[in-house]
Write a protein that binds this ligand. Structure first.
Ligand SMILES: N[C@@H](CCC(=O)N[C@@H](CS)C(=O)NCC(=O)O)C(=O)O
Length: 201
């Protein structure tokens, strides 16, 4: 059986969503990164980078959430397409959306000191991501067209918590419609329920 090592995080949510979409049997192994469990030698033996999520696929421990999504989609046959556009969106998520939304979260929710300049820089870029995705979704249902795909799953979690980051989607009607559609999927609620009621997800 597959094992997902994860916690109440953006990148763990992506993998839960796909495992449930593909109806895969798996065990969820919580690694409490707020209590430092990612530094335990037993976990470091699994992922020397000390990060979640990690997916044990029965043979090896896979790391990097978007790579896990791609491998799992390929092996399960879920939404499989040889589509350079889909790969590009996964890279966009990992290199642009993720890091800048992550910095906005840091400077708004976690930092002990304030840094308005850093916050403004990352918030401007995050707002640019919102605008870009909104325009992209103006003439298609999902990120890669008519079919829900791992590109949607990868981009969903940060947008789902936009309120907590002080980012507004008020001017992003197409993106809001997309977000609502994904939130309404039973699997999305099921995936979020792994984190418990205290979670912002
Ligand atoms: N690029 C990695 C990022 C993984 C990552 O940063 N995980 C965070 C939680 S979302 C983590 O484990 N942080 C623990 C730490 O840095 O000590 C992915 O997409 O899987």
């Amino acid at each position: 059986m597959m094992k997902l090592y994860g916690f109440d995080t953006i990148n763990t949510l992506k993998i839960l969503m796909l495992l449930l979409e593909t109806d895969t049997d798996f065990e969820f192994v919580p690694i409490n990164i707020r209590a430092g469990e990612q530094h335990d030698p037993a976990f470091r033996a699994i992922n020397p980078a000390g990060k979640v999520p990690v997916l044990f696929d029965g043979q090896r421990h896979q790391v990097e959430s978007n790579s896990i999504l791609l491998n799992l989609a390929r092996t399960s046959g879920w939404g499989t397409r040889d589509d350079p556009e889909l790969t590009a969106w996964l890279f966009y998520q990992a290199s642009t959306q993720g890091p800048h939304f992550g910095q906005v979260e840091h400077w708004t929710r976690f930092a002990k000191t304030q840094n308005p300049e850093a916050l403004e820089r990352h918030r401007n870029i995050a707002n640019g991501v919102v605008e870009h995705l909104n325009t992209h979704l103006s003439d298609r249902q999902f990120i890669c067209g008519d079919a829900y795909s791992i590109a949607d799953i990868a981009l969903f979690p940060w947008l789902h918590i936009h309120d907590h980051l002080g980012l507004s989607l008020q001017k992003a009607e197409h993106l809001t419609r997309w977000l609502d559609q994904i939130r309404a999927r039973p699997v999305t609620s099921q995936a979020r329920s792994f984190f418990g009621s205290h979670s912002i997800f």
